[in-house]
Design a protein around this ligand. Structure first.
Ligand SMILES: O=P(O)(O)OC[C@H]1O[C@H](O)[C@H](O)[C@@H](O)[C@@H]1O
Length: 448
């Protein structure tokens, strides 16, 4: 039950202790703005207290719904996009077997979990329908607004499939809607049809919602321990709020990335060394991208999966335009130990590794890469995740959320809105002929 650690010691050649100290006043001011709820976007700060102050009755219902799904469904389909998708996927991939969906049912006892409504791909929908054929399934439709195009389209398709298979009454018992508590298209439909509903709180934006029903229901359905997840988040909240600046990981991460930005490092690459962290990086990208990328400012959040991408993007990171810094996500203790065996004939030259674990090789690759990239003028920061378990993940989610709020205020933006995402939607609606967009449609068609 270790604690998450943020370590910038390997970047000391780029950011000195004095510079960190010089940022203290600004960071503490940003932190106070967040905690006192006195800054822009302050009606979206419900996530700050979520780990301690959550709806216990709903938490209980989430567990009950997860159990029902586990009992009556071979598959759970999670329909959502952005903040209504990435947290659950990040958690499930981080916590589950790497080949979760194809494990024999007897050894898993929880449903296969697929995600839909996160693209507008006909092929993806069709292929997923094939997977569902002959299987008992349930749908968790997640949308705060209830009107987002991608999940709304996918939901129509899979709701129809449920009705066709089970009839309307039983289908309605297999649909779980996570949405606004009182208003919106999805809430209205849920009330009308009698779906069980869960709430995206008013004061929690999508990208900060993983510790609400948005993330918790699919995560619980996968068999993960959501109590431990919340406990981890509680520990990180306490650390973020109570630890002095000098040893506060979240505040220091916010400070360091803003120092680096001011030195021209406009791209942050999150690097993991475990394939099961791929979607943690995707979740992180939305968190920081939507929070900070506005008013022509921000750090572009990118991600690589290593060592995989060392054989592709590695060249650029080592040697290309010097615009980036790197934040390594390191799982300190691997959940699996595989030992490398000696072979009689050492054709591939790997015998020198005989007796060593695969994780030892992975960690050596990581340590070597951190130093190589640092030598190539890419400052390397490190987030040490104690274990690949719920408690560590709860800490990780909260650590990044808190750092993001502080970092956004340091940058001088409102970290809790996302006005930029509307532009493409407006154009898409106009081109689709949505009523009310006639004038825009004419203008756009001329340009195509
Ligand atoms: O939950 P929803 O209302 O469907 O929104 C899902 C996502 O789509 C929007 O376009 C925003 O960019 C995201 O911040 C949001 O998480």
């Amino acid at each position: 039950m270790g604690n998450l650690v943020f370590d910038y010691s390997k970047a000391s050649g780029f950011v000195s202790a004095e510079e960190i100290e010089n940022m203290k006043a600004a960071v503490m001011c940003a932190r106070d703005t967040l905690m006192n709820k006195s800054g822009a976007g302050n009606d979206f700060l419900g996530w700050i207290d979520l780990p301690t102050d959550y709806d216990k009755e709903e938490f209980h219902r989430i567990k009950a719904a997860a159990e029902k799904i586990q009992k009556d469904s071979d598959v759970l389909l999670v329909v959502g996009i952005g903040g209504s998708y990435l947290g659950a996927r990040a958690a499930i991939e981080f916590l589950s077997h790497s080949f979760y969906n194809v494990l024999p049912k007897e050894s898993r006892k929880t449903p296969e979990i697929y995600f839909a409504g996160n693209s507008i791909s006909s092929k993806y929908i069709k292929d997923l329908k094939d997977v569902l054929k002959g299987k008992d399934f349930s749908v968790n439709i997640i949308s705060k607004s209830g009107t987002t195009t991608e999940p709304a389209i996918a939901f129509r398709v899979f709701k129809d499939m449920l009705i066709e298979k089970y009839g309307r009454e039983e289908a309605n018992k297999r649909i779980y809607a996570t949405t606004d508590k009182a208003k919106g298209a999805l809430k209205n439909l849920a009330d009308q049809e009698g779906y069980e509903t869960f709430v995206v709180p008013d004061d929690v934006g999508g990208r900060f919602s993983v510790l609400t029903a948005v993330g918790l229901l699919p995560i619980a359905a996968s068999g993960a321990d959501i109590d431990r997840l919340m406990e981890g988040a509680q520990a990180a909240r306490k650390a973020a709020i109570e630890t002095p600046y000098e040893s506060n990981g979240a505040l220091q991460y916010a400070a360091v990335r803003n120092i680096l930005l001011r030195k021209g490092k406009t791209v942050e690459i999150v690097a993991n060394y475990e394939p099961s962290l791929h979607y943690v990086s995707e979740w992180w990208k939305q968190l920081f991208g939507e929070s900070e990328g506005k008013d022509q400012r921000g750090i572009f959040p990118a991600a690589v999966d290593l060592t995989t991408d060392l054989h592709s993007m590695g060249q650029f990171i080592q040697d290309g335009a010097r615009i980036m810094f790197e934040t390594v996500l390191n799982v300190a203790k691997s959940p699996a130990e595989i030992l490398i065996k000696e072979e009689e004939v050492d054709t591939d030259g790997m015998n020198y590794l005989a007796g060593k674990s695969v994780d030892f090789v992975n960690k050596s690759a990581m340590n070597g890469t951190i130093l190589a990239h640092s030598d190539g003028n890419v400052p390397n920061l490190l987030v040490e995740i104690p274990e690949q378990d719920e408690y560590s993940l709860g800490q990780l989610f909260y650590f990044f959320e808190f750092a993001c709020g502080v970092s956004g205020y340091l940058l001088g933006v409102n970290p809790f809105n996302q006005p930029g995402v509307e532009s493409y939607k407006k154009n898409m609606f106009a081109l689709l002929g949505k009523p009310g967009y006639e004038k825009e449609r004419e203008e756009l068609l001329k340009r195509l």
